[in-house]
Design a protein around this ligand. Structure first.
Ligand SMILES: [Zn+2]
Length: 311
């Protein structure tokens, strides 16, 4: 039979073991895993506006292993976010390249997913383009979704307080630092996507860098070449083939493989990821790669939903 002092000692030992487990868990969550990459890109959506089996544009950037940044949130990215099994409790930076449906339509779903993941107060730092008819500014868009009179105003106080610190990025003719936080630097410059105000972003951390072209036409090429200079990874939206193989109207919105190669070479980026892919591009991968390699000698990859890259 077990005596009472024995039982008490046994319980005390159990308690100590449980406490140790909790503290070990907490410390391993805080410390960077050995060999953890400074930056990791997780592709949520590698498609465009067509329903072609890929989610619309969207990415998460992990910083020292922690998912911190959401860049665009196109249709389907909510499901991909769940499939990626990411712990999004510290995801609070949102970068929007422009306000087309295939880039922002799933933002409310992801905001709610983030709110219920932590059930504590959140302030999202949101950056996106300013207004130009018929597009609202990013501040107005966030207000239309989550503001006091917005469609989803109930989210403001659903699982903790949800608030937004939103910055409209207008007329950035040279790269500007938006955020500098413990070595993480996010910068942006104004891009060009025909009539839709557009922004190009660059993320730098611990000597690594990723630049996102967003949807971009020829009028944005100089700005992209400037901000992307020396990037370890350039994510280039590539839905059109070299002229004249795609519908003419698309060339006033997007960049063809020949120009993607020229820009990547001029900016001296270390690697290239083609994303926002159309069926045309998928069916012509060899020709696309050859066209790019006429001027750019670095590695070229095609994105897929769920792909992870550590630049
Ligand atoms: Zn698009």
């Amino acid at each position: 039979m077990i005596s009472l002092p024995h039982l008490l000692r046994f319980c005390a030992a159990l308690l100590l073991a449980a406490t140790l487990c909790v503290s070990l868990d907490a410390s391993s969550a805080l410390a960077a895993e050995p060999g953890v990459a400074p930056l990791e890109l997780v592709v949520l959506g590698s498609g465009g506006p067509g329903a072609g089996g890929r989610a619309g544009a969207g990415y998460v950037v992990r910083v020292d292993g922690t998912p911190r940044i959401l860049l665009d949130a196109g249709p389907g990215t909510f499901v991909r976010l769940g499939e990626a099994k990411l712990d999004i409790r510290r995801l609070d930076i949102v970068l929007l390249t422009h306000l087309h449906v295939d880039h922002v339509a799933e933002l409310p779903g992801i905001v709610k997913a983030r709110a219920v993941a932590s059930r504590s107060d959140i302030t999202f730092e949101v950056f996106g383009p300013g207004a130009a008819q018929p597009f609202p500014s990013t501040r107005h868009y966030i207000d239309l979704m989550f503001g006091k009179h917005g469609a989803f105003s109930y989210l403001q106080d659903f699982a903790g307080t949800v608030s937004f610190n939103t910055t409209d990025l207008d007329h950035l003719t040279a790269p500007k630092t938006l955020l500098s936080q413990n070595g993480l630097v996010i910068s942006a410059v104004t891009g060009h996507h025909r009539d839709a105000p557009a922004v190009i972003y660059r993320v730098d951390y611990r000597g690594k860098s990723i630049t996102f072209s967003g949807d971009i036409d020829a009028q944005g090429h100089a700005a992209l070449t400037h901000i992307a200079r020396g990037s370890d990874l350039l994510v280039f939206n590539a839905p059109v083939l070299d002229p004249p193989a795609s519908p003419p109207a698309l060339y006033s919105l997007h960049t063809a493989p020949g120009d993607i190669g020229r820009i990547s070479a001029a900016a001296q980026v270390s690697s290239l990821l083609l994303s926002h892919l159309s069926r045309d591009i998928d069916e012509s991968r060899d020709a696309v790669t050859q066209s790019i390699h006429r001027t750019y000698q670095g590695p070229v990859q095609f994105a897929g939903d769920g792909l992870r890259i550590r630049p």
